[in-house]
Design a protein around this ligand. Structure first.
Ligand SMILES: CC(C)(COP(=O)(O)OP(=O)(O)OC[C@H]1O[C@@H](n2cnc3c(N)ncnc32)[C@H](O)[C@@H]1OP(=O)(O)O)[C@@H](O)C(=O)NCCC(=O)NCCS
Length: 223
């Protein structure tokens, strides 16, 4: 299921990722995340690993093309909310989501995220909500709210500003609270990332102020 259209004079096309896109998608992700949250980045490797992982949701994973060239992507995995009595509720999580830096703030990310949220697949699959981790300003435009509103915490029991929740239908999270569990696909070691990164052209790892901003935001509690 795809979509075509124009965004700020750019011809865009959104479609599911295919094997022919794999390397390009990893290159674009590497460009988008490089030095942003830490020196270098690991997201291109996470994507690489994700495609083979049990938690990967292929049907919800999309790329966005500009004039026929892939310039961004969004990846989905299974996640869950575990309540106090240990009941598990099925949710989904997007990330990494990324757009080539040269196309930032032109509405492409919005098109991609909105498309993935609005297609019926997620609802038909019986998921209750989308859980995301990141800057609230990235996800509030789509209706995400802080987990605290639903008494949904991180596994440590704390409510962080960076945990964002979007119920997929009316009442989906009524009387559901607990802590979230994300896929273990995100747990990667520095060594495996480095080894994978060596298959790309060398790029300088360095400090950027955005890393401090991210560090501070990640520990911010919703009080
Ligand atoms: C996050 C990202 C995917 C957004 O894509 P984009 O195409 O630049 O975003 P859009 O132009 O569609 O923005 C849609 C809305 O999101 C919000 N937004 C996006 N980037 C923002 C930023 N840097 N600061 C504040 N708000 C932002 C704004 O409300 C924006 O609407 P506006 O431009 O009308 O104000 C892109 O910036 C990116 O690839 N960043 C690097 C990777 C990353 O951090 N991914 C997210 C974590 S997994």
């Amino acid at each position: 299921m795809g979509a075509t259209g124009r965004v700020k004079n750019l011809d865009i096309n959104i479609r599911n990722e295919e094997p022919k896109d794999y390397r390009r998608v990893e290159e674009v992700a590497r460009e988008a995340f490089w030095n942003l949250y830490s020196p270098g980045c690991h997201e291109h490797f996470v994507i690489h690993k994700m495609r083979e992982h049990d938690d990967f949701i292929k049907e919800l994973t999309f790329v966005i093309e500009v004039d026929g060239q892939v310039e961004g992507g969004i990846f989905y995995t299974h996640s869950k909310i575990v309540s106090k009595d240990n009941t598990e509720y099925k949710t989904i999580t997007f990330g990494p989501v990324f757009i080539s830096p040269k196309f930032h703030r032109k509405g492409l990310g919005k098109k991609l995220i909105t498309h993935s949220i609005e297609i019926e697949v997620a609802k038909e699959m019986g998921y209750r909500a989308i859980l995301a981790l990141g800057y609230p300003y990235h996800y509030k435009p789509y209706g995400f709210v802080g987990g605290k509103k639903y008494n949904i915490s991180m596994p440590d029991g704390k409510f962080y500003k960076g945990l964002l929740v979007l119920p997929l239908y009316e009442g989906a999270l009524d009387n559901i609270s607990g802590y979230v569990v994300f896929s273990d696909v995100f747990d990667v070691t520095e060594e495996e990332v480095e080894e994978f990164d060596r298959s790309f052209p060398p790029k300088e790892k360095k400090y950027q102020a955005s890393q401090d901003e991210y560090e501070a935001a990640s520990s911010m509690l919703d009080e």
